[in-house]
Design a protein. Structure first.
Length: 144
């Protein structure tokens, strides 16, 4: 929620700055500018991408069966990018987690990296050697 409020504030400040500069220069009609600038809406195109991942840590709970969770840290690359979806799947001894982001296409956004952390519950696993892959970052672990 804070990210959405920050994005809205950022867009409004950017709007006011652009209007002020153009008005002072006198090179644009204010009505034309107001028609072209606005908030993104549901019909706008968006860019969906994998989130950049910094670190993956596997946590094993001392229980029977062993409960596995994955701590993921990454970042949102600019002020317009938000978390979209986290999807996990297991194929044999490989756990794949994909975390995606979304951002409106064609918007000027402040290049401010924001940390992102998420805990993904994998669940109980039988004894064995495993690999978890989060957006291409791999971590191996063993369940005894």
């Amino acid at each position: 929620m804070k990210t959405i409020r920050f994005q809205s504030l950022h867009r409004r400040l950017l709007f006011v700055t652009v209007i002020s500069v153009l008005y002072c220069i006198g090179c644009a009609n204010i009505d034309d500018i107001l028609k072209d600038i606005g908030e993104p809406s549901e019909g706008d195109r968006v860019i969906i991408a994998d989130m950049p991942i910094g670190e993956v840590e596997v946590l094993l709970a001392e229980s029977d069966p062993v409960q596995v969770t994955v701590e993921v840290s990454g970042w949102l690359p600019d002020s317009c990018t938000t978390h979209r979806q986290t999807h996990s799947a297991r194929d044999g001894n490989t756990i794949t987690i994909q975390i995606t982001t979304t951002r409106p296409e064609g918007f000027a956004c402040a290049t401010v990296a924001t940390e992102y952390q998420e805990t993904v519950v994998v669940g109980p696993l039988p004894a064995g050697d495993y690999t978890v892959n989060v957006n291409g970052v791999e971590q191996e672990f063993r369940v005894d």
